[in-house]
Design a protein around this ligand. Structure first.
Ligand code: ZN
Length: 158
């Protein structure tokens, strides 16, 4: 397992140093801003929807290595996916980083590199910020994505 976490760390560092799809999407059909006050991570996520499919996706912002890598891998993973597939992956990813996953990480692909985050509850919001922002963007909601008070992440972070 030590080797695995080393490999995971390498992927996260790579994506935080060279984030993929890191740009403003000029022809975005929807976007949303996300802010994680616990860490100071900020990002804007841009989507170009082709009907129900994510035709293109990109982000801009600044934050810690985990939030940046998470947004970068999110954009790589979700390009070409449908809204329903994206929402399904969000549920799986959320379960993974909060330690509520019941196995089956195969579908998550590269997102599995964040499995170690479940051991660091204070970093869960860093890892999920891009996903909460995605949900806002998909909802067509331009307001800031902040977690609800009854979100299990809040309990975990205390
Ligand atoms: Zn952070």
């Amino acid at each position: 397992m030590a080797d695995l976490s080393g490999l995971y760390q390498e992927v996260i560092l790579d994506h935080s140093k060279r984030p993929r799809n890191f740009r403003v999407l000029e022809d975005a059909t929807t976007h949303a801003d996300g802010y994680n006050p616990l860490c100071g991570d900020r990002l804007t996520l841009y989507l170009r929807m082709n009907g129900d499919q994510i035709g293109d996706i990109a982000f801009k912002g600044s934050g810690c290595a985990i939030s940046t890598a998470s947004a970068s891998i999110l954009t790589e993973t979700l390009k070409g996916k449908t809204r329903a597939q994206a929402e399904g992956l969000f549920e799986r990813f959320h379960g993974l980083v909060t330690g509520n996953s019941n196995g089956g990480g195969a579908e998550l692909g590269k997102l599995a590199v964040f499995s170690g985050v479940s051991e660091f509850p204070a970093r869960v919001k860093c890892a999920t910020l891009a996903w909460h922002t995605l949900k806002s963007a998909l909802a067509g909601d331009a307001q800031e994505a902040t977690s609800q008070a009854d979100d299990p992440e809040d309990q975990a972070a205390r």
